[in-house]
Design a protein around this ligand. Structure first.
Ligand SMILES: [Zn+2]
Ligand SMILES: [Zn+2]
Length: 266
């Protein structure tokens, strides 16, 4: 059976775990290695991680990738630009050893153990950014985080998903009236910044198919969003399209620092 856990989601650290009975992969390692090891232990889940996939080179996604990869002798898959970005990122103190660096390219599929993976381009202001469509045991799981805007390709991928992790970073009004300096507000709102609750809702409403079973909202801002507000806004947008969250598909918000329950993807 395919299962999913979020170990952390947001600017203080992102890390997602997708695993079968025999194989597992991590997407991003932006939380501390000690916390990650503790989470594996607490959950009693098999530490059968064999692959690490990276979305992009911002610290909240890669802080511990070098040390985790060394400790467990794991290959790290990222685009060449993201690998270069990690190399240059001073927040990543322990770098990835050359023998563990594996290069991927958007739209070039790869098979890793139990997983068929398609990386795809996501517009964001890092060196490069990708999302992942992962197929295993006939289930399609799609993850899109740090999304400046939703491209046509991404819309199709939302349409392909049985299970979807999608960014709902900020509430427009909270961002506008919030404490951030103007340049940071414009960065977040830009086409290569982050996705708002409303944009997330529209992307879901316009592209979800009856095959979609469960959506997890990720990367919520601590200052410019609130879990209940994100959910309410998105439910409202969906209702405008005749879609009822909770009935047509499940909708949950991933916590920033508290790991999720083990989610069974069936
Ligand atoms: Zn991020
Ligand atoms: Zn980012």
């Amino acid at each position: 059976m395919l299962r999913f856990i979020s170990f952390g989601s947001g600017s203080s650290g992102n890390c997602y775990y997708l695993y079968t009975d025999n194989d597992g992969l991590l997407i991003d390692v932006g939380i501390g290695v000690r916390l990650l090891k503790k989470s594996f232990h607490n959950y009693g889940v098999p530490q059968n991680v064999h692959h690490i996939l990276i979305t992009h080179d911002h610290a909240d996604h890669v802080k511990s990738v070098g040390s985790f990869s060394r400790d467990f002798k794991l290959p790290v898959y990222a685009t060449s630009k993201v690998h270069r970005g990690i190399e240059q990122n001073c927040c990543v103190r322990c770098k990835i050893l050359p023998e563990y660096k594996k290069e991927i390219e958007p739209n070039v599929p790869l098979v890793l153990g139990d997983f068929k993976i398609m990386p795809f381009h996501v517009p964001h202001d890092s060196q490069d950014c990708v999302g992942y469509q992962v197929e295993s045991e006939g289930i399609v799981f799609v993850l899109m985080t740090d999304v400046g805007h939703v491209t046509d390709e991404m819309k199709n991928l939302i349409g392909s998903a049985n299970y979807l992790v999608l960014e709902a970073n900020h509430d427009d009004e909270m961002l506008r009236n919030g404490p951030y300096p103007e340049h940071l507000k414009s960065r977040i709102k830009s086409k290569i910044g982050h996705l708002s609750n409303r944009e997330c809702g529209v992307a879901l409403a316009e592209n979800a198919t009856p095959n979609l079973k469960h959506v997890w909202l990720c990367h919520l801002s601590e200052e410019n969003n609130h879990p209940e507000l994100a959910r309410k806004t998105i439910e409202q947008v969906l209702r405008g399209y005749g879609i009822i969250a909770g009935a047509d598909f499940k909708l949950d918000v991933l916590k920033r620092k508290v790991p999720s329950e083990i989610q069974e993807l069936i």
